[in-house]
Write a new protein. Structure first.
Length: 142
């Protein structure tokens, strides 16, 4: 068993990232920190160090218990790293996603001009309620 290994390899072996390339890119992009400092993919990790990983909107924290010799099965990961991520961060995964969906019955064909205007009006009301500005249209591609 190794006493230290590269951070990108450890992140991949602990199944934090699907590929080693993703782990390397995350390190280069400043999304991985050890003890609060940004790290390069070649940084050696030792048991006892705390790794912070920013994935999406969540900041995960892991304490390395021992260095994995190879990529692990999901059930073995807790033997090598302790998940220190606060519950408040994990709750962000379960946050309700506000969506607006206009349903049309199957087989009714294309909406008429009147129906389309009603749908656009409903979307506009939703955008205003959600706080979107009318000047933020992505339709103005030049």
């Amino acid at each position: 068993m190794a006493e230290s290994d590269r951070i990108d390899k450890v992140l991949w072996a602990l199944r934090i990232y699907k590929t080693r390339t993703e782990a390397t890119d995350a390190c280069k992009g400043g999304k991985v920190k050890i003890e609060g400092s940004n790290v390069k993919p070649s940084r050696l990790v030792k048991p006892g160090e705390t790794i912070s990983v920013h994935k999406g909107i969540i900041h995960y924290s892991y304490k390395i218990i021992q260095i994995p010799p190879h990529r692990l099965g999901a059930k073995l990961v807790p033997d090598y790293a302790e998940n220190l991520t606060p519950q408040a961060e994990l709750d962000k995964l379960r946050a309700p996603v506000e969506t607006f969906f206009l349903r049309r019955e199957r087989g009714t064909g294309r909406p008429t001009k009147k129906e389309r205007r009603e749908m656009e009006e409903a979307w506009d009301k939703f955008d205003i309620a959600a706080g979107y500005d009318e000047g933020d249209d992505d339709d103005d591609i030049q």
